[in-house]
Ligand binder design. Structure first.
Ligand code: SF4
Length: 210
């Protein structure tokens, strides 16, 4: 089913694992709970870094682990987009556990809306499965967040903050992120919000895999 093309693992024509710098990125779902206006996918473009990331089908746990190969070969293995990895939360967590068992460091990039979607606090379930969490805060206030991320629930940004705060109890490294250069996004304010909960902050550049 899967085949190796250079160091990029493809599922038929779907890229599920690809190296970038010293990290390996995993692409495990097409689905999202946001429709971010800045996202290429929202405009119908599924390419990131020149790779087409629309999956033909969602990879199984076994396919994900096989696609990683030796996780120790990378600085970290990152569950990322273009979809939202926590749409497949328990497959991701099982894969994370196995990648860690094989000697890898695991990061999960997320919209931070898993608690809202599951209608319960899932942050304790992260413990022991991932090493680092990167949460897209994206904006310093609700109106800016809603303008860019277009969530289904108007109170989503509050849910993101609550998720990140609770996750600090179960994940060794929690980082909030926001994208530089979007009009109205106050990066300094976002960094200050991260500091109040004891999380790190990283500003991102649109279209750059980091
Ligand atoms: S959550 Fe990520 S993948 Fe989904 S629409 Fe927003 S930027 Fe795109």
């Amino acid at each position: 089913m899967s085949r190796r093309t250079g160091s990029v693992i493809r599922l038929k024509r779907s890229v599920i694992a690809y190296p970038q710098g010293d990290r390996l990125y995993l692409n495990v779902t097409n689905t999202c709970s946001l429709r971010c206006s800045f996202c290429p996918k929202t405009g119908g473009d599924w390419r990131i870094g020149g790779r087409h990331l629309r999956l033909q089908h969602e990879p199984t746990l076994e396919e994900i682990v096989a696609a990683v190969g030796d996780p120790g070969a990378y600085r970290e293995v990152v569950f990322a987009g273009l979809g939202e990895p926590t749409m497949r939360l328990y497959t991701v967590l099982e894969a994370g556990k196995e990648i860690r068992r094989l000697g890898g460091r695991v990061r999960l990039d997320t919209d931070g809306l898993a608690n809202l979607r599951h209608d319960r606090d899932i942050t304790a379930d992260l413990e022991g499965h991932i090493d680092a969490l990167s949460v897209s805060l994206n904006a310093q206030d609700d109106s800016t967040y809603n303008r860019y991320c277009r969530p289904r629930h108007a109170h989503s940004r509050g849910a993101v903050l609550d998720f990140a705060d609770r996750a600090c109890d179960f994940v060794p490294e929690v980082t909030l992120t926001a994208i530089a250069g979007l009009p109205g996004v106050d990066l300094a304010a976002c960094e200050g919000i991260a500091a109040t909960m004891g999380a790190d902050f990283r500003q991102r550049t649109l279209g750059v895999i980091d």
